[in-house]
Design a protein around this ligand. Structure first.
Ligand SMILES: Cc1cc2nc3c(=O)[nH]c(=O)nc-3n(C[C@H](O)[C@H](O)[C@H](O)COP(=O)(O)OP(=O)(O)OC[C@H]3O[C@@H](n4cnc5c(N)ncnc54)[C@H](O)[C@@H]3O)c2cc1C
Length: 411
C-alpha cells in the first residue's frame, strides 16, 4: 500500500470524514486514519440538526447551562437562562444545515448509504412555566420576524400536532427547519464517499507521533505504519488536544461526556417532532427507537454511564411525554464531545506549523456543522477561496490576552 498522501486526516468521525470527502472531491490524495477509540462522539450523538435551537441555547444548551450553574462544567455561568451563541455562528450552522438535502442525495448515489436526513419534523422547545415563556420570548426576538425560522406556539397547537405531549404545558417554541439525521450513517457515507473519490481509509490506525522537519509535518506515525504527507488535518474530536501536542501545539479541547437513554422500537411517527425541554431532549429515530439525551459533564475521558443520570433523563422524558412511562429502555451509552471554552469549533491552519490544520471543537453541534466544516477546512488546506469566513474559528483566539483570560462565547 502506498504510504504517501497529499493530506493525512486523523479521525474519521463526522468531521474528519467530511473534511476527507471534500478534499477527495477536489482531487487531493487523502489518507484517513482512525483508531476506533471508545467514546467517539459521532457514534454517541443524537443526530439532531438544530442550527437554531442549539445556537439559541434551547437544545442541549439548556442542559449545559444547568451543568454550568452547578459548577459541573469547565466554564461556570452566571446568567439566569441558557445563553445564545454568536449570531455569526448561527449563520454558520444554518448554512451547514442547508447542505444536508443535496449531500444526502450525493452520498446515496456515490456510496449507497442513506444518511436518514429527515425534513419536516422540526424542533419543539416545550415551555412548562411563565418564567420559561418570558425567557423564550427574549430568545425568539433575537431571530426577528422570520416565521420560516421560528414560531411561538400555544399548548393547543402543540397537542394538535403531537397529542402525546403533556397537558401540563404553557406552550412551545417551534423551529420548523431543525430536523435530524443518523450521525453514524452520515460519517460512514462521507467516509465511503471519500473512498469512492479516490481516498483511502486505514482502520485501527492509532496516531502516535508526528515527524516534523523545520516548521512542517512530513509524516504521521501510527500503529499501522508511517504515512508521509504534504499536510495533516487534526480531526481527532475530544482527543484533538493530544494530537496537537504531538506537534508541540496547545489547543483548549476537553472531553464533555454525554449520556443517552435509548428505548425499544415504537411505531415510527409516534412522536412527530424532535422535542427539547429543560430536563432532556427526545428524538424518535427513523426506525422507531426514541433517544433521550443528554448529560453534559466534565470528565476525564471516562465513558461510563451512571444510573442517577439516566434516571433523571428518563424522568424528564416522562414529564414531557407521559406515555413513555410504559416504554422499555433498550440501551444506554455515553460519548465524548470535543468541548472548547467558548463553545465554538477550532478550525483552520495552525500558526505554529503551516501545514497542520485544526478541525475540531464541534462540541454539541458537530453533526449539524459537519458539511460546512468539511468544505471550509478542505478549502483552507487547498488554499482555495473559503465558503465561510474562518476568522472566528481560528485557534489564535485563545492566545492569552493582557489580562490572561481566554474568550467566552458569551463575553
Ligand atoms: C451524547 C451526545 C449527543 C450529541 N448530539 C448531537 C446532536 O444532536 N447534534 C449535533 O450536531 N451534535 C451532537 N453531538 C456532538 C457531535 O456528536 C460531535 O460534535 C461530533 O460528533 C464531533 O465529531 P468529530 O469527528 O470531531 O469527533 P468524533 O466523532 O469523536 O471522532 C473523532 C475520531 O478521532 C479518532 N481518534 C482519536 N484519537 C486518535 C488517534 N490517536 N489516532 C487516530 N484516530 C484517533 C477517534 O477514534 C474518533 O473516531 C452530540 C455528542 C454527544 C456525545
Amino acid at each position: 500500500m502506498s504510504r504517501t498522501a497529499d493530506v493525512v486526516v486523523i479521525g474519521s468521525g463526522a468531521v474528519g470524514a467530511s473534511v476527507a470527502f471534500y478534499l477527495a472531491g477536489r482531487g487531493a490524495r487523502i489518507t484517513l486514519l482512525d483508531a476506533s477509540t471508545p467514546g467517539r462522539a459521532t457514534s454517541a450523538s443524537a443526530g439532531g440538526l438544530w442550527p437554531l435551537g442549539e445556537s439559541l441555547g434551547l437544545g442541549c444548551g439548556v442542559i449545559f447551562h444547568a451543568a454550568r450553574k452547578s459548577g459541573d462544567a469547565a466554564v461556570p455561568s452566571e446568567s439566569e437562562g441558557p445563553e445564545p451563541l454568536p449570531g455569526k455562528f448561527m449563520d454558520f450552522l444554518c448554512e451547514s444545515n442547508g447542505l444536508f438535502p443535496a449531500l444526502a442525495a450525493e452520498l446515496r448515489s456515490l456510496s449507497g448509504v442513506d444518511i436518514e436526513a429527515e425534513s419536516g419534523t422540526g424542533l419543539l422547545y416545550l415551555l412548562y412555566d411563565e418564567e420559561q415563556q418570558r425567557h423564550a420570548r427574549r430568545i425568539v426576538d433575537l431571530v426577528g420576524d422570520d416565521r420560516t425560522r421560528v414560531e411561538e406556539w400555544s399548548a393547543e397547537q402543540v397537542w394538535k400536532r403531537d397529542p402525546l405531549i403533556t397537558r401540563d404545558l404553557r406552550g412551545a417554541v417551534y423551529f420548523p427547519g431543525d430536523n435530524q439525521v443518523n450521525p453514524m450513517l452520515l460519517a460512514e457515507g462521507l467516509k465511503r464517499g471519500a473512498c469512492a473519490k479516490g481516498g483511502r481509509f486505514v482502520a485501527e490506525a492509532r496516531v502516535t507521533g508526528l515527524q516534523i522537519a523545520g516548521e512542517r509535518v512530513v509524516a504521521v506515525e501510527s500503529s499501522r505504519g508511517t504515512f508521509e504527507c504534504g499536510a495533516v488535518v487534526n480531526a481527532a474530536g475530544a482527543w484533538a488536544g493530544q494530537i496537537a501536542r504531538l506537534a508541540g501545539i496547545e489547543i483548549p479541547v476537553h472531553p464533555v461526556r454525554g449520556q443517552i437513554v435509548c428505548t425499544e422500537t415504537l411505531r415510527p411517527g409516534t412522536l412527530r417532532s424532535n422535542l427539547s425541554t429543560r430536563d432532556c431532549y427526545i428524538l424518535q429515530k427513523t426506525h422507531g427507537e426514541v433517544i433521550i439525551g443528554s448529560t453534559t459533564e466534565r470528565c476525564d475521558f471516562d465513558v461510563s454511564v451512571r444510573y442517577e443520570n439516566l434516571r433523571d433523563l428518563a424522568a424528564g422524558a416522562v414529564r414531557a411525554v407521559p406515555a413513555l412511562r410504559d416504554v422499555t429502555v433498550k440501551r444506554t451509552w455515553a460519548g465524548l464531545r470535543p468541548g472548547v471554552p467558548d463553545e465554538l469549533p477550532i478550525l483552520g491552519r495552525a500558526a505554529e506549523i503551516p501545514n497542520f490544520f485544526h478541525a475540531t471543537g464541534g462540541f454539541r453541534t458537530g453533526i449539524v456543522a459537519a458539511p460546512l466544516t468539511g468544505q471550509l477546512v478542505a478549502a483552507e488546506v487547498l488554499g482555495e477561496s473559503l465558503p465561510f469566513p474562518i476568522d472566528m474559528f481560528l485557534a489564535s483566539r485563545f492566545q492569552k490576552s493582557a489580562t490572561g483570560s481566554v474568550p467566552s462565547a458569551h463575553a
